[in-house]
Design a protein around this ligand. Structure first.
Ligand SMILES: [Zn+2]
Length: 168
């Protein structure tokens, strides 16, 4: 297999790896993939994937790492596969692709809120009724990655991803 073809296959493989907690969004669309390093040695290619964790201490990180390594070793030309997490630059919600935002919405998770610079309040769109009339109900949500907001229009609670990885 040529180098370029392998590069494409690795990229395609990563596109199939979903966030284990949000199975409608791939790690590529979440903006987690920072770099794919491919090298060559006598017995095959070496691949090192550098990921930016969306949130430090997210329980999904170990699962994602294992799934990537498994998918890479499915390609017989790959002799070595590694995954590293990097913390610089920090992940921010700006890295999520439009397709990623749609996947989040399909899962009932709103696009990450924008933060009002004047008073620090969060502005988010309700995934059910698209109202912006929402309030932060519980900053800490079910996982470290997400928070619960409450829609004052349709009276539903919903989740949002926290906008910056170091906002804990
Ligand atoms: Zn609503």
């Amino acid at each position: 297999m040529s180098f370029t073809k392998l590069q494409n296959q690795v990229a395609e493989g990563l596109q199939q790896i979903m966030d284990p907690e949000i199975n409608t969004v791939s790690i590529v669309d979440l903006g987690m993939v920072e770099k794919i390093e491919i090298g060559q040695r006598e017995d095959g290619y070496t691949v090192n994937v550098i990921l930016l964790p969306t949130f430090l201490g997210c329980p999904a990180l170990g699962i994602i790492k294992g799934n990537i390594i498994k998918s890479l070793f499915a390609l017989p030309e790959i002799a070595s596969a590694t995954v590293q997490y990097a913390y610089h630059p920090p992940w921010t919600s700006d890295r999520i692709t439009p397709q990623g935002l749609q996947g989040l919405k399909a899962f009932g998770i709103s696009a990450p809120p924008s933060i009002n610079e004047e008073d620090g309040s969060w502005e988010a769109e309700c995934p059910y009724c698209s109202s912006m009339y929402v309030t932060v109900d519980n900053l800490f949500g079910p996982t470290a990655c997400r928070s619960i907001l409450y829609c004052k229009n349709c009276k539903n609670p919903f989740e949002v991803m926290k906008p910056i990885s170091n906002l804990m």
